[in-house]
Design a protein around this ligand. Structure first.
Ligand code: SF4
Length: 192
């Protein structure tokens, strides 16, 4: 019969191996976001598999934002980030309009769009066609995680904290936390 020490050692080494596996899938997700199709073949997508210290700082800042704003969602998602094995951050870098003059951004021409600037949780305005690039990249990365049965969830709030912490140069970003446990931690979450 294995001793308690051996059982603990086995559980720890299994958890470390699992974390390495999850991080490897995170690297594959970076590839998926990088190769996702982009308008006019121009790449304004920023992708990063965060280091563990960045992930912890991110989760703690999300909880801090929740307390500052009095919104439980940030605290709940921040705890998810702290409980996850890794986070992939995907954002849209500063860019000009694609040049279609399509009007979808609320400006008649890309030239008008290019002259505007705004700032809130994220920097704007952003070309809608480029925002679609971001959505496609996020979807491609999440799909890759799903292919390997790694639990994940695309989170707006990760992008808010990432911008506050200066993680990356993106105008706006979303994050995908990853986890591999017997129960998906990103769903059926406790309501306050
Ligand atoms: S969304 Fe705006 S900036 Fe983008 S292509 Fe259309 S008009 Fe140009």
């Amino acid at each position: 019969m294995p001793s308690a020490d051996i059982k603990v050692e086995y559980a720890l080494s299994w958890a470390m191996a699992m974390k390495d596996t999850v991080r490897f899938v995170g690297e594959l997700m970076e590839v998926s976001a990088r190769t996702a199709p982009k308008a006019a073949g121009e790449d304004f997508i920023e992708v990063a598999l965060l280091s563990d210290s960045e992930r912890v700082a991110l989760g703690n800042d999300m909880i801090r934002i929740g307390k500052e704003r009095g919104t439980y969602g940030f605290e709940r998602d921040g705890q998810n980030v702290l409980d996850s094995d890794a986070v992939v951050l995907i954002g849209l870098l500063p860019h000009k309009g694609v040049g279609l003059n399509c009007g979808a951004c609320g400006y008649g021409t890309c030239k008008e769009f290019n002259e505007k600037s705004s700032s809130g949780d994220f920097k704007g305005p952003n070309c809608v066609v480029r925002a679609l690039d971001l959505g496609i990249a996020l979807g491609s990365a999440a799909k890759q995680a799903g292919e390997f049965n790694i639990d994940n969830r695309i989170m707006y709030r990760i992008g808010v904290a990432a911008r506050r912490l200066g993680l990356g140069q993106a105008n706006m970003s979303h994050g995908i936390p990853l986890s591999a446990t017997g129960k998906n931690i990103f769903f059926d979450r406790q309501k306050k």
